[in-house]
Design a binder for this molecule. Structure first.
Ligand code: NAD
Length: 513
């Protein structure tokens, strides 16, 4: 059974099934929720609010979002304007720089967050709740039900990982014996206090939730800003967390445009900002915030197939998933495939073509691209095709028979072949390695460089809660998911040297040194 129906078909189904079925659908909406994913439509729009100083608030301005599948205005977001940021600035400045808790202050809060995580993991694990979030994700960041559900399941496992004592174990300290009796040096994981989290549209639940919980576990007070296109998901998740006992004052949640958020950061001066998004904004914020930032920015991910040809069917399937699942809008999506010439006669490219052709809009295995328009993908492709020897292997055309609004992209899964000798020429390299955050990859003839996913089952898209996921080689690089990521991003090292005596027997005043 197809798990996602087009809005029009859904609306028709609701009309056919009448109010009794409607009531039963609401019965299947979790108690904390204020929306029902299937019911959101032009005639029954949903509302996204802000949360500050312990209360839900609206703003003077509603930003209307259009349904990525049919262009209908279906969600209104209370976007905070520049003149309205004061409560958020005040709320953040109420948090001391030593945090809401730390190893020497309010340690019971580590246990409280262990309990909140246990309850939230339990709630999110209930089929009604995971289905609710998967369907809500699908409405705003269209991807297949399996991909949306996987995002919920990763989030649920992450919460399970930090139940019980696991939060306090994150703040484990160590001691080194000192030089004399009564002296020892102790290393602590210290919070930053007031912090900010900014996240993009492509993982509406997983990225903001994992970073938010990491920040809270270590004792910080975050203000969270998720891309407004998808922030309805975290609006609902915060309601779940409140229902699981999260103190209302611990997190603020703001909807705004980038300019307003930038202003808030400059005025509220958070001690640390975690930014996940494009490299352009990452570099701007790094300068504006004078380096008080950690980054997970744009990805241009490559896969290399070396000379040993094997498991062609499996590799074709992994390539298809890596390049085109979520319509290529995973930060780890395969952007380039370097293929050793031994693969040319293996049938790999034909298999990839057939797999890409299985993808269809009806089940969102291919769907709207939220930040790149169809015309800019076509333009990029035309520029690539000017490179001698390059050719479209498959795709290369807009999707057909759809009602995706023009502000979004609608493009068939596409692969363009570019000869390696050409890519190395100056001028071509920048063009070929431009990130197109959509279902687009370039296939090159020979292998050149490495990737960190290795082996016959290697994939580029894999960021479950049990892997560190993040960049390397940049001192500002952040991570997500694991205890190491949480400790690195959300706490700093603080050393306290205890030197409590006693003084040596017969101590006498030494001469000046
Ligand atoms: N490395 C990772 O883990 C990772 C994960 C997901 C996405 N990404 C990257 O994110 C990009 C796609 O996301 P996008 O297009 O939404 O990114 P984006 O940089 O346009 O937006 C990201 C967030 O920043 C906010 N923002 C924009 N300008 C701002 C400003 N001046 N001050 C403060 N906040 C501002 C946006 O409202 C949004 O919430 C891709 O490049 C992708 O590779 C990276």
């Amino acid at each position: 059974m197809s798990l996602i129906l087009s809005r029009r078909r859904l609306a028709a189904a609701v009309r056919r099934s009448g109010p009794a079925a409607l009531a039963s659908r609401w019965l299947h909406t979790p108690p904390f929720a204020t929306v029902s994913p299937q019911e959101i439509s032009g005639s029954s729009p949903a509302e996204v609010q802000n949360f500050v100083q312990g209360s839900w608030t609206t703003s003077g301005n509603w930003n209307w979002l259009v349904d990525p599948l049919n262009g209908e205005k279906f969600i209104k977001v209370a976007e905070v304007q520049e003149a309205e940021i004061k409560p958020f600035v005040e709320s953040l400045s109420n948090c001391p720089k030593h945090g809401l808790h730390n190893p020497l202050k309010a340690p019971e809060r580590y246990l409280m967050y262990g309990d909140i995580s246990a309850k939230a993991a339990n709630m999110l694990g209930q089929p009604v709740v995971s289905d609710f979030f998967a369907k809500l994700i699908q409405r705003v960041s269209p991807k297949s039900y399996q991909q949306a559900l996987a995002e919920v399941q990763v989030s649920q496992k992450f919460l399970e990982n930090f139940c019980g004592d696991q939060v306090r174990f994150l703040a484990r300290s160590f001691a080194v014996p000192g030089n004399h009796l009564g002296q020892s040096s102790n290393g602590y994981r210290w919070p930053y206090g007031p912090v900010a989290i900014i996240t993009p549209f492509n993982f509406p639940l997983e990225i903001p939730l994992l970073q938010l919980m990491g920040a809270l576990y270590m004792g910080n007070k975050p203000v969270l800003k998720v891309d407004s296109k998808v922030s309805i998901v975290m609006d609902q998740m915060l309601r779940l967390l409140h229902a699981c006992g999260m103190p209302a004052e611990d997190v603020d949640f703001i909807n705004s445009d980038g300019i307003t958020m930038n202003k808030l950061l400059l005025e509220a001066n958070p001690k640390m900002t975690l930014f996940t998004g494009s490299s352009r904004i990452a570099e701007k914020l790094a300068a504006d915030l004078k380096g008080k930032i950690k980054l997970e920015d744009a990805g241009f991910d490559w896969k290399i197939l070396g000379p040993d040809v094997q498991e062609v069917d499996y590799i074709a399937w992994v390539c298809d998933q890596d390049a085109y699942a979520c319509s290529g809008q995973k930060c780890s999506a395969q952007s380039i495939l370097f293929m050793h010439k031994n693969w040319s006669s293996s049938g790999l490219l034909d298999k990839m073509k057939s797999l890409s052709e299985r993808r269809k809009l009806e089940d969102l295995t291919i769907g709207p691209v939220l930040t790149v328009t169809t015309s800019s993908m076509i333009e990029h492709m035309k520029n690539l095709l000017k490179i001698p020897g390059s050719k479209v292997l498959f795709g290369g055309e807009p999707l057909e028979n759809h009602s995706i609004p023009e502000i979004y992209g609608a493009f068939k899964p596409t692969a363009v072949f570019v000869p390696l000798s050409e890519i190395l020429k100056s001028g071509n390299f920048e063009l070929v390695t431009r990130e197109i955050f959509g279902p687009f990859q370039e296939v090159l003839g020979r292998s050149v460089n490495g990737t960190t996913y290795a082996g016959i089952r290697a994939r580029t898209t894999g960021a479950p809660q049990n892997h560190w996921f993040g960049p390397a080689g940049d001192p500002r690089g952040a991570g997500i998911g694991t205890p190491e990521a949480i400790k690195l991003v959300w706490s700093c090292h603080r050393e306290i040297i205890y030197d409590i005596g006693p003084l040596p027997k017969n101590w006498a005043l030494p001469s000046a040194t």
